[in-house]
Design a protein around this ligand. Structure first.
Ligand code: F6P
Length: 328
């Protein structure tokens, strides 16, 4: 029989994302509702290793649903990758009496959680929190929707100045391994070209497309570049390359960077975080372990870590075709 769960720990790990606070709140409030003690660990796995924690009740999470960032802070712990680090973390959980963990983060967080749970038989549930949306087992990760809106807002503003000065802007957006942000904001902001890690469109095609834009009478252009794009040049080199080959263009570069990870979460992200985290607590109380929760076809569903980490969460390449048609 599964051990009774009296105390649940929660932490946020990896790159932060808007909605992580809404997720922490939902874990703490669901624990309070079900009469379970809730312990928050600071700085993800590192806080578990160092025993850096706090008791969380329903009131400790007041007024955080609308705040960006994470009150528990986030980190990528190198120490946890070694078995000695995980041993220390398990000893701390035992000392404090933590029976199970909710881990809010991306694929690295889930991988760490899976190994830890298998080594120390501590039930773990993963909640996908990353702006990159690059996790199978959910249609949307917490923070992705807010990041899309932040990026769209920024591109719209850049479009204004691009148009005033008849310029070509290369705008780099986040997504180390995945082009979800680039592709969707590129279509949403009406970019002339979108470069993503999943598809190497090649430099020749980029030049051709920009030449076509000029010929068709466009005086300003936006190219959205996913940071993990594989075209072989970073965004500044790309801008230089285009300037060298198409001297008629007045080229500028904007790297949106970490502003994409901040800000008050959208309603969608707050609701998603709330739904997923209530489910995470309920699954633990039902004796479930080593799964991630996600939203699949608007239903909250649990998927094994194995499937969630290896499964296919492909971008929608149809959007590239749409972009081609609409940037005519
Ligand atoms: O994983 C999310 C992400 O925003 C990536 O898109 C980006 O490459 C990375 O984090 C940057 O993280 P950091 O600057 O925190 O190392």
């Amino acid at each position: 029989m599964a051990k009774e769960i009296r105390t649940i720990g929660v932490m946020t790990s990896g790159g932060d994302s808007p909605g992580m606070n809404a997720a922490i709140r939902a874990v703490a409030r669901a624990c309070a509702y079900y009469n379970v003690r809730c312990i928050g660990f600071y700085r993800g796995f590192q806080g578990m290793i160092e025993g850096d924690h706090c008791l969380m009740n329903a009131r400790s999470v007041r007024n955080i649903i609308s705040r960006g960032g994470t009150i528990l802070k986030s980190a990528r712990s190198k120490e946890f990758r070694a078995s000695a680090g995980r041993k220390k973390a398990a000893a701390h959980l035992k000392e404090i009496g933590v029976d199970a963990m909710v881990l809010i983060g991306g694929d690295g967080t889930f991988r760490g959680g899976q190994i830890f749970s298998e080594e120390y038989d501590i039930p773990v549930i993963g909640v996908p929190g990353t702006i990159d949306n690059d996790i199978a087992g959910t249609n949307f990760t917490i923070g992705y929707d807010t990041a899309l809106n932040t990026v769209i807002d920024a591109i719209d503003k850049i479009r204004d100045t691009a148009s005033s000065h008849d310029r070509l802007f290369f705008i780099e957006v986040m997504g180390r391994d995945a082009g979800f942000i680039a592709l969707n904001t590129g279509v949403g902001a009406g970019a002339e070209e979108i470069l993503i890690p999943e598809e190497d469109l090649g430099l020749d095609r980029l030049l051709e497309s920009l030449k076509r834009s000029k010929r068709s009478g466009k005086s300003s252009s936006i190219v959205v570049v996913g940071e993990g794009d594989k075209i072989g040049k970073n965004v500044y080199e790309l801008a230089d390359y285009v300037t060298d080959n198409l001297p008629d263009y007045d080229v500028r570069v904007t790297v949106l960077g970490h502003m994409q990870r901040g800000g008050s979460p959208s309603c969608f992200d707050r609701t998603l975080a709330s739904r997923l985290c209530v489910k995470a607590v309920e699954l633990l109380l039902d004796g479930e372990k080593n799964v991630m929760v996600g939203l699949i076809n608007n239903k909250v569903a649990a998927t094994s870590f194995d499937e969630g980490l290896s499964g296919d969460h492909a971008i929608n390449k149809e959007l590239l075709r749409i972009s081609d048609i609409l940037s005519t």
